[in-house]
Write a protein that binds this ligand. Structure first.
Ligand code: XMP
Length: 549
C-alpha cells in the first residue's frame, strides 16, 4: 500500500509547515484562511498531534475559533497571532527525555491566559518552578477527582467528579507560586493555578468524553477566563471564505477536480457560490467509479448548480493501461499516472485557468507530532494530485484548510449539497480497481459495481449507513463451486467489507446484524450474475488494511 491518509478523500498536496501553522515551501495557498480574520482565537500548542486535534475540536464546539501551532513557535510570533488564550496540549513524551518538545518560556510572559493539559501541565511547571517526576506506574483510565476550588476554571464542577487520566510522569512538587485546585488519591496535583499569572494546569484530560464535564472546564477557560464570546459560526466561515476567494481570484478562472467525494464537492460548492461562472470543474471518470457516481456529480454540479463541468470519459485509457497488470502497487502507480495525464490534458483545454482548488483539510495541514523527524516533517503525500499545481503553473486555493471533516460536512449542508453526497463514505482515488483483485477488466468491474451497490443500499435501508465508516464489496480472484436450481455453478466470490473507525488509521470490522448480512448475501447471489458465494470480512486494521489492495 502507498502512504495513506487519515482523510481518505481529500486532495492535498505535499507540503511543509512553518512553526506558525502556515504552509511552508512548496505550494503556497493563494488565500489566507478565512478564519484568520477572526479576532477571537485560541491557540493550541501541539505536543503530540492527536491530543492537540481533539482539544481544537472541543474548543470549536464552544463556537470559538481554535488554531493548532507547533510547540516551538516563538513568543514573538505568538504575540503577533494575539490569541485570547493558549492551551498546551498533552503529548507522548516525558519532559526529561532528550529532545522532549519544549516551549519558548517567554510565552509565559505575554500575559495571555494559559491552560496546560497533562504534558502541557508538566511543561508549564518546569518553566515556572515546579518539579516533575516519573511515577512508578503509568496511570491510565478513570479516576475520581476532588475539586477543592470551584472558582474560575472549575466553576460548576461538583466536589467530586470523574476525570480521565493518561500519564507516566506527574508533577511532584509545586513552587509557592502555585495553588492546588484539585487532587485524586494518586495525584496530589491533579490541577493547579498560578497565584499571580493567568496560568492553569491539569494532569487529567478535559478534552475526552471520559471526563464527562470536561466541556464545562474548556467552556470556563475560553469564555470566562479568555473572554471569547462564542460567536464563531460555520456560516460566518462560509461568508468570510467567499469574500476572500473573490478578493484573491478577481476575474480569473479556477479549476476544481471533482471526485464524487465530500471534500472536493464542498470545495466546488463553495467556489461556485463565490465566483459562479469563473469556476470550471473536472471529473475524470476512470471507469472505476461507484455505480451512478458520474450521474450524481453531473446532477449536482451541472444540473443543480449549473457549474461548468468537464467530464473526461477515460475508462478505455485506464483499462488499456491496466491490461494484464495484477500487482497491486503497479495498478496504483498506473492509475495515478493516468489520472494526472487526463487531468492535465483537460486542464490545458481550459485556456484562461489560473488557480487550482483542492480540498485539503486541517488535519492534513498540521504536522504529525509523533513523527521521528520532529515537527517540521512532511504531513502526507497524496496519491492523486500531488505536484500538479506547480507542473501546470497554477496557484493553489485551499478553502477548507482550516476545517475538520465534520465541519466540512456541516458546511456542505449549509451550502445546499444533498445529505446523500455530504455523508458519503470515503472512496479511494484508485477506485474500484483496488477492490477488484488481480487484473481489472470491464466485465469484473461491472460485477463488482452491482454487488457494491447492493451492500450500500441494504446498509442504508437498515439505517446503519452513518454508523459505519466504510462499507463496500470486493471481488475476489477466486471461483468456487455452487449449486443453483439443479445446476452446478463455478462462479466468483465476493467479500463484503464494513468497518468502523474514527481516523482510518485503525479500524474494527462492523458488527452488523446477521439478518442484514443475510439480505446482502441473498441479494448479491440472486441479482448479480456471476457470483455464487459471499463472505464477510472480519479482520480489523491492523493487521489487515481497510482496502484489500
Ligand atoms: P487502508 O486500506 O490503507 O485505507 O486501510 C485507509 C483509508 O484510505 C483510503 N484509501 C485511499 N484513498 N487514495 C485515496 O484517496 C488511495 O490511493 C487510497 N487507498 C486507500 C481507504 O479507502 C480508507 O478509507
Amino acid at each position: 500500500m502507498t502512504t495513506q491518509d487519515t482523510n481518505p478523500d481529500s486532495q492535498s498536496p505535499v507540503r511543509g509547515n512553518t512553526p506558525d501553522g502556515r504552509s511552508g515551501p512548496g505550494t503556497m495557498p493563494a488565500t489566507e484562511s478565512a478564519v484568520m480574520l477572526t479576532e477571537q482565537r485560541i491557540v493550541v500548542l501541539d505536543f503530540g498531534s492527536q491530543y492537540a486535534q481533539l482539544i481544537a475540536r472541543r474548543v470549536r464546539d464552544q463556537h470559538v475559533y481554535c488554531q493548532i501551532v507547533r510547540h516551538d513557535i516563538t513568543a514573538e510570533r505568538m504575540a503577533e497571532l494575539a490569541p485570547r488564550g493558549i492551551i498546551l496540549s498533552g503529548g507522548p513524551s516525558s519532559v526529561y527525555e532528550e529532545n522532549a518538545p519544549q516551549i519558548d518560556p517567554a510565552i509565559f510572559d505575554l500575559g495571555i491566559p494559559i491552560l496546560g493539559i497533562c504534558y502541557g501541565m508538566q511543561v508549564a511547571c518546569q518553566a515556572l518552578g515546579g518539579k516533575v517526576d516519573n511515577t512508578p506506574s503509568r496511570e491510565y483510565g478513570r479516576a475520581m477527582c476532588e475539586f477543592v476550588d470551584h472558582e474560575s476554571i472549575f466553576r460548576g464542577m461538583q466536589a467530586s467528579e470523574q476525570v480521565w487520566m493518561s500519564h507516566g510522569d506527574q508533577v511532584s512538587h509545586i513552587a509557592d507560586d502555585f495553588t492546588v485546585m484539585a487532587r485524586t488519591s494518586t495525584c496530589p496535583y491533579a490541577a493547579i493555578r498560578h497565584n499571580t499569572r493567568p496560568v492553569f494546569a491539569m494532569q487529567f484530560h478535559p478534552e475526552v468524553t471520559h471526563t464527562p464535564h470536561g466541556g464545562q472546564i474548556l467552556h470556563n477557560f475560553v469564555r470566562d477566563i479568555c473572554g471569547c464570546d462564542g460567536s464563531w459560526r460555520l456560516g460566518d466561515f462560509a461568508d468570510a471564505a467567499i469574500t476572500q476567494i473573490r478578493a484573491a481570484v478577481g476575474k480569473k478562472r479556477v479549476i476544481c477536480g471533482l471526485s464524487g467525494g465530500v471534500d472536493s464537492s464542498v470545495v466546488a460548492a463553495l467556489l461556485y457560490k463565490a465566483i459562479g461562472p469563473q469556476l470550471s470543474c473536472i471529473l475524470v471518470d476512470n471507469g472505476m467509479l461507484r455505480k451512478n457516481e458520474q450521474r450524481i456529480v453531473i446532477d449536482e454540479f451541472s444540473n443543480h448548480f449549473k457549474a461548468d463541468l468537464h467530464v473526461v470519459d477515460a475508462e478505455d485509457q485506464f483499462l488499456d493501461d491496466l491490461a494484464g497488470v495484477e500487482e497491486p502497487q503497479e495498478k496504483r502507480r498506473r492509475i495515478g499516472y493516468a489520472f494526472i495525464e487526463c487531468f492535465k490534458a483537460e486542464a490545458k483545454k481550459i485556456e484562461d485557468a489560473h488557480f487550482l482548488a483542492q480540498g485539503t483539510l486541517y488535519p492534513d495541514v498540521i504536522e504529525s507530532g509523533a513523527d521521528k523527524d520532529g515537527p517540521a516533517a512532511t504531513i502526507k503525500l497524496h496519491h492523486n494530485v500531488g505536484g500538479l499545481p506547480e507542473e501546470l503553473g497554477f496557484e493553489l486555493i485551499e478553502p477548507l484548510r482550516d476545517l475538520f471533516k465534520d465541519e466540512v460536512r456541516r458546511l456542505g449542508l449549509e451550502l445546499g449539497l444533498p445529505e446523500q453526497l455530504v455523508w458519503r463514505h470515503p472512496f479511494p482515488g484508485p477506485g474500484l480497481a483496488v477492490r477488484c483483485l488481480g487484473e481489472v477488466t470491464r466485465e469484473k468491474l461491472a460485477v463488482l459495481r452491482e454487488a457494491d451497490a447492493i451492500v450500500v443500499e441494504e446498509i442504508e435501508n437498515a439505517g446503519l449507513y452513518r454508523e459505519t465508516s466504510q462499507a463496500f464489496a470486493v471481488l475476489l480472484p477466486v471461483q468456487s463451486v455452487g449449486v443453483m436450481g439443479d445446476a452446478r455453478t463455478y462462479d466468483n466470490a465476493v467479500a463484503v467489507r464494513c468497518v468502523n473507525t474514527d481516523d482510518f488509521m485503525t479500524a474494527d470490522w462492523s458488527h452488523l446484524p446477521y439478518d442484514l448480512l443475510a439480505r446482502i448475501s441473498t441479494r448479491i447471489i440472486n441479482e448479480v450474475k456471476g457470483v455464487n458465494r459471499v463472505c464477510y470480512d472480519i479482520s480489523s486494521k491492523p493487521p489487515a488494511t481497510i482496502e484489500w489492495e
